[in-house]
Design a protein around this ligand. Structure first.
Ligand code: HEC
Length: 126
C-alpha cells in the first residue's frame, strides 16, 4: 500500500493550482503603463530632436486653432492672428488663460515650443 500513498502525494503536488493562477494580465497592464509614462515624460531629449509636426499641422489639425481663427490665421469666430501685435510671451499667456470665448490650451496640450512654432508661422504669413 506504501506505493499507492506516494502516488497520491505526487498528484497532489502536480495539481497545486497556485502555479497556474498567476495574474499575467496584471504584468501586461503594468508594462503598458510603464511605456505610456515613458512616452509622456516631458522634455526628454529625443522628442526635442525629432522633427515634429509642422506649424500648419499643429495650428490646423492637432490644436484646432484654424476652426476659430481661419486656415491661415485670417480670422473667423476668433480674431485675425496674422497681424498679431502680441509678443511671443503675451501670445502664450493669452492661450494659457484666454479671455472671452476662446478655450484655454494648457502646457500639456500645447507646449511653449509648439506655440512658438505657430507664432513664427503666423507672422511669416503676413
Ligand atoms: C473655440 C474657438 C477658438 C479656438 C479653438 C481657438 N481660439 Fe483663439 N480666440 C478665440 C476667440 C473668440 C478669441 C477672442 C477672445 C476675446 O478677446 O474675447 C480668441 C483670441 C485669441 C488670441 C488673442 C488675439 C488678440 O490679438 O488679442 C490669440 C493669440 C489666439 N486666440 C490664439 C489661438 C491659438 C494659437 C489657438 C490654437 C492653439 C486658438 N487661439 C484656438 C477663439 C478660439
Amino acid at each position: 500500500m506504501g506505493h499507492g500513498r506516494a502516488y497520491t502525494m505526487a498528484s497532489e503536488v502536480a495539481s497545486d493550482p497556485s502555479g497556474r493562477s498567476r495574474p499575467k494580465g496584471l504584468w501586461g497592464l503594468l508594462g503598458c503603463l510603464a511605456v505610456l509614462s515613458f512616452l509622456a515624460l516631458p522634455g526628454n531629449g529625443v522628442a526635442q530632436e525629432a522633427p515634429g509636426p509642422s506649424a500648419e499641422d499643429l495650428y490646423i489639425t492637432f490644436l484646432g486653432c484654424a476652426g476659430c481663427h481661419g486656415m491661415s490665421g485670417e480670422g473667423g469666430v476668433g480674431p485675425e492672428l496674422r497681424d498679431t501685435e502680441l509678443s511671443l510671451e503675451e501670445f502664450i499667456k493669452f492661450i494659457r488663460e484666454p479671455m472671452g470665448a476662446m478655450p484655454p490650451f494648457g502646457e500639456n496640450l500645447a507646449p511653449d515650443s509648439e506655440l512658438e512654432t505657430i507664432y513664427d508661422w503666423l507672422r511669416e504669413e503676413t
